[in-house]
Design a protein around this ligand. Structure first.
Ligand code: CP
Ligand code: NVA
Length: 310
C-alpha cells in the first residue's frame, strides 16, 4: 500500500504503515540525541503551512521545529490572520495554499471542515486536532507506550474521562497495533460510535480488546498505562462547570492508579488541569511520562512528514 495522500485520522494508515512511522520516530529520536539536526532532511526547499483555528503549544511548536529540522520552512498561520476569519471558505483556503506550499497542517473544529480543506487542497493535509480526532497525538502516545513497555501485544491502556478526540484516536491506534484500549467514561460521554465500531473490527484482527465502561476502576484494573485528558475540550468551555461536577469520579488519583498493573505509567496529552482530571501527585509523580509524550510529538511528526512528502 502506498502511503496515503493525507493524514486526516489514524485509520488513514494501515497497521504496517503505522508501525513503520513508530519505528522511524524512534530512529529520528535516537539520531537527534546523538547529533544536532543540520536541516538536511527531506523537506529542503519545501514550505509547510500550519493553520490553527484553535490555540496550541505542543502541536504548533513541535511541527514548526520538525519542519525546520527536516530542512523545510514552516509557515504558522492563525485563522484570525487569514481571510478564513472573514468568511473565505476552507476549501478555497486549501486550494489557494496548495499553490504556494507543499503540505498543510490544520487544527480546526469539525472533521467535515478538515475534509473540506483536504478536498480543496492538492497537497498533503495533516490533522493537527479536530473535534473528532487527534491522530498526531496518538502516534506520540504509542511511541511513548512502546518506549516504556517494549511492545503492544497483550498490554492495555486505560483512558479515563471524556470520550473525546484524543480517546477516539487512541481507540483506533491501539486497536491497529494490538494494544487493548479501555475507556472509562461518564454516562453520556462515550467515544464516537462509528470510531468505536471500527476499533472493534480492527481489534478483532489484531488481538486487542476494546472495552467501554462507565466504571473508572473497571477500566484501570491491570492496565499498563492510565491516560487522562481535560474534561472540557477546546470549544466546550460553556459546558466546563457542569462537566466538572459529573466527572469527579473519573479523576486520576493515586488511589485509582493503585488499580493499574505494576509498572503502569500515567499519560496525558497536555495541557493538564491539576486537581481536575488528575491530581498533582500523579502527574508530577514517578509514574508520569507526560513530558516524554510531548517530546515524542516532534519525532513522530517528523516521521509522518517524511512519509507524506517523500
Ligand atoms: N497535546 C496537544 O496537542 O497540545 P497543544 O494543544 O498545546 O498543541
Ligand atoms: N481534548 C483536548 C485535547 C487538547 C490537546 C481538546 O480538544 O481541547
Amino acid at each position: 500500500m502506498p502511503f496515503p495522500d493525507d493524514f486526516l485520522g489514524v485509520d488513514d494508515v494501515t497497521t504496517p504503515q503505522l508501525l513503520e512511522l513508530l519505528d522511524a520516530a524512534d530512529r529520528l529520536k535516537a539520531g537527534r540525541s546523538s547529533r544536532p539536526a543540520d536541516g538536511s532532511g527531506g523537506l529542503r526547499g519545501r514550505t509547510i503551512a500550519l493553520v490553527f483555528e484553535k490555540p496550541s503549544t505542543r502541536t504548533r511548536v513541535s511541527f514548526q521545529v520538525a519542519v525546520t529540522e527536516l530542512g523545510g520552512e514552516p509557515l504558522p498561520l492563525s485563522s484570525a490572520e487569514l481571510q478564513l476569519g472573514r468568511g473565505e471558505t476552507i476549501a478555497d483556503t486549501g486550494a489557494v495554499l496548495s499553490r504556494y506550499v507543499h503540505a498543510v497542517v490544520v487544527r480546526t473544529f469539525g472533521q467535515d471542515r478538515l475534509q473540506e480543506l483536504a478536498d480543496g487542497a492538492t497537497v498533503p493535509v495533516v490533522n493537527a486536532l479536530t473535534d473528532l480526532e487527534h491522530p498526531c497525538q496518538a502516534l506520540a502516545d504509542l511511541q511513548t507506550f512502546r518506549e516504556v513497555h517494549g511492545s503492544f501485544e497483550g498490554r492495555s491502556l486505560a483512558y479515563v474521562g471524556d470520550g473525546n478526540n484524543v480517546a477516539n484516536s487512541l481507540l483506533l491506534a491501539g486497536a491497529k497495533v494490538g494494544l487493548s484500549v479501555r475507556i472509562g467514561h461518564p454516562e453520556g460521554y462515550a467515544p464516537d460510535a462509528a470510531i468505536t465500531a471500527r476499533a472493534r473490527d480492527l481489534a478483532a484482527a489484531s488481538g486487542a480488546r476494546i472495552l467501554l465502561t462507565t466504571d473508572p476502576v473497571e477500566a484501570v484494573v491491570g492496565a499498563d498505562a492510565v491516560y487522562a485528558d481535560v474534561w472540557a475540550s477546546m470549544g466546550q468551555e460553556a459546558e466546563a462547570s457542569q462537566r466538572a461536577e459529573q466527572f469527579v469520579p473519573y479523576r486520576v488519583t493515586s488511589e485509582l492508579m493503585g488499580h493499574a498493573a505494576d509498572g503502569a505509567v500515567f499519560l496525558h496529552c497536555l495541557p493538564a488541569h491539576r486537581g481536575e482530571e488528575v491530581t498533582a501527585e500523579v502527574i508530577d509523580g514517578p509514574a508520569s511520562r507526560v513530558f516524554d509524550q510531548a517530546e515524542n510529538r516532534l519525532h513522530a511528526q517528523k516521521a509522518l512528514l517524511a512519509a507524506l512528502l517523500s
